[in-house]
Design a protein around this ligand. Structure first.
Ligand code: F6P
Length: 504
């Protein structure tokens, strides 16, 4: 099997490259793209709902290589070989999934602890929610080391392009480089990067930056996050920082920092929204939930996370039904919610608050024939989600802080019938690409938020069409494939320069 990334285009448009030939792509993420679980004694494969894994799995399926991730399923061990490896996707088996098995203590301290009680609130600039502990940090370091070892077990890092994903692995690039100084490492940070004054509140800021600077290429969604990162480096480390060109000289090496806004497989989402499967799913959703026969449908799709602004959105809807009573018995809001990180108190609190608010609003405005808010926390297949997006007149994205937010893009790609309106918080990364054609809200300005929903619901079809057409062009042109091409092209340029320097 050819494991190289050889087909990556060069910046000059030619199709083959010297530098990527013979290098295997090794993708590293915390969450795995396929989880094996026992169901009534039988082993089942489940695809987690997360944005990262669903965005990168099609890419890995076409590129091939190895995906190293935490083996979190109770049947993962049994379904893998002696090295923790299994070929996936199950239907086409085009790449290797190598599982790293973690103890309960590691999961508590590395995943729930340092990753999600320190780095997550820190990077979302919510430092009051940070909970620091020596245990968290110790396990984060050790687990990063374990992942670095798992990468080495798969093959010589010097012959690979190692692509770390996200905030779970700020130190692993350094551990890989310590053992293999000429490895090519890159990392994409899927969440925001905060300003220096916020980042400084983390006691390990120096080690985190040092770890990340063991990469050759570091990617963020937005230029703003790149600038924040460069600023943090110039404050915390003895490094030369070239803000204009996104370059850092540190420890005798050059690190490139660049923005690559993550996206979705727009074509697949559009095809799904047009599919007969989506029609069937829509019928079954209508049988299972009190969805309106007539009237307008508004949708929100979120992980139950305090950064998503779900409570603020519910406040705006309540205000709308209170001050614009013509929407009572006319507008139904569907909240699709996925449980997330439930062992963390703040997440339990969001779940409770959201449910309580919904119950109160339904109680206040609901009638015998109409339930204002329909809460869906069951797993929905992608085709059902596509149907929900397709049928929704308005989609509400109201995060308080969000690196990108792929829901906004999924909604746009699924608008294959009469176009709806995207109402988008100005605090999400996707606002940079879609903000001109979406209706912008500030999630904390309840009255203005409600008035914007009102405007969206009343928008003329011609205006909806032209706004949606612009957003669709944007999402189609800048899809997941373009993202992958841009990242790999940039990586390839760096590799070529390194080759040239080595042979000069
Ligand atoms: O948005 C950041 C992120 O890590 C995504 O990459 C991922 O899909 C999502 O959060 C879910 O997180 P978790 O893996 O903790 O469920």
């Amino acid at each position: 099997m050819d494991k190289s990334i050889g087909a990556t285009p060069k910046s000059n448009g030619s199709t083959s490259t010297k530098t990527f030939e013979n290098r295997e792509l090794v993708l590293v993420s915390n969450r795995e793209p396929y989880v094996h679980e026992y169901d009534d004694g039988e082993i089942q494969v489940v695809k987690p709902e997360g944005g990262l894994t669903s965005a990168l799995d099609p890419m890995m399926a076409s590129t091939g290589g190895t995906w190293v991730a935490w083996g979190s399923g109770d049947a993962d061990d049994e379904a893998s070989d002696g090295n923790g490896c299994v070929r996936v996707p199950p239907e086409s088996q085009s790449y290797e999934l190598k599982r790293v098995f973690l103890t309960d203590e590691q999961v508590t301290n590395y995943y729930y602890g340092y990753s999600n009680k320190v780095l997550w609130p820190l990077c979302h600039s919510d430092t009051a929610k940070m909970e620091t502990s020596a245990q968290f940090w110790r396990h984060y370091r050790e687990t990063n080391r374990q992942f670095a070892e798992a990468i080495r077990e798969q093959g010589d890092p010097s012959n690979a392009v190692i692509w770390f994903q996200d905030y779970h692995f700020a130190l692993a690039p350094r551990y890989v480089r310590e053992a293999s100084p000429d490895a090519f490492c890159m990392q994409f940070w899927h969440i925001p990067w905060p300003s220096w004054d916020v980042f400084q509140s983390c006691p390990q800021y120096e080690e985190l930056l040092d770890g990340l600077l063991a990469n050759d290429l570091l990617g963020f969604h937005l230029d703003q996050y790149c600038q924040n990162f460069l600023d943090c480096v110039s404050h915390a480390l003895d490094a030369e920082v070239d803000r204009e060109n996104g370059r850092i000289r540190y420890d005798g090496r050059t690190i490139r920092v660049a923005a690559f806004p993550l996206s979705i497989d727009a074509e697949e989402r559009t095809a799904l929204a047009r599919s007969a499967e989506a029609d069937e799913q829509w019928d079954s959703l209508r049988e299972s939930y009190p969805l309106p026969e007539d009237g307008q449908l508004v949708v929100g799709v979120d992980r139950l996370d305090y950064t998503k602004g779900i409570e603020q959105r519910l406040d705006a809807l309540e205000h709308l039904w209170e001050w614009y009573p013509e929407h009572r018995e006319q507008l139904t809001y569907v909240q699709k919610a996925s449980e997330s990180r439930s062992r963390i108190e703040e997440y339990q609190q969001v779940q409770t608050n959201v449910k309580q608010k919904i119950a109160r609003i339904n109680d206040r405005f609901g009638t015998e024939d109409w339930q204002p808010i329909v809460y869906v926390d069951d797993y929905l297949p992608l085709s059902a989600l596509a149907a929900l997006y397709r049928e929704a007149d308005v989609c509400l994205v109201s995060s308080l802080r969000d690196g990108m937010n792929l829901v906004a893009k999924e909604y746009v790609a699924s608008q294959v019938d009469e176009p709806g309106v995207l109402v988008l918080s100005e605090l999400v990364g996707a606002h940079e690409e879609l903000g001109e054609s979406a209706l912008t809200v500030h999630p904390n300005d309840t009255e203005a938020f409600a008035a914007t929903i009102q405007r969206a619901l009343a928008m003329e079809p011609s205006e909806r069409s032209s706004r949606m057409a612009t957003m669709r062009r944007q999402v189609e042109a800048n899809d997941i494939d373009a993202w992958k091409r841009n990242v790999l092209r940039q990586a390839n340029e760096i590799l070529e320069r390194e080759d040239e320097a080595a042979t000069a």
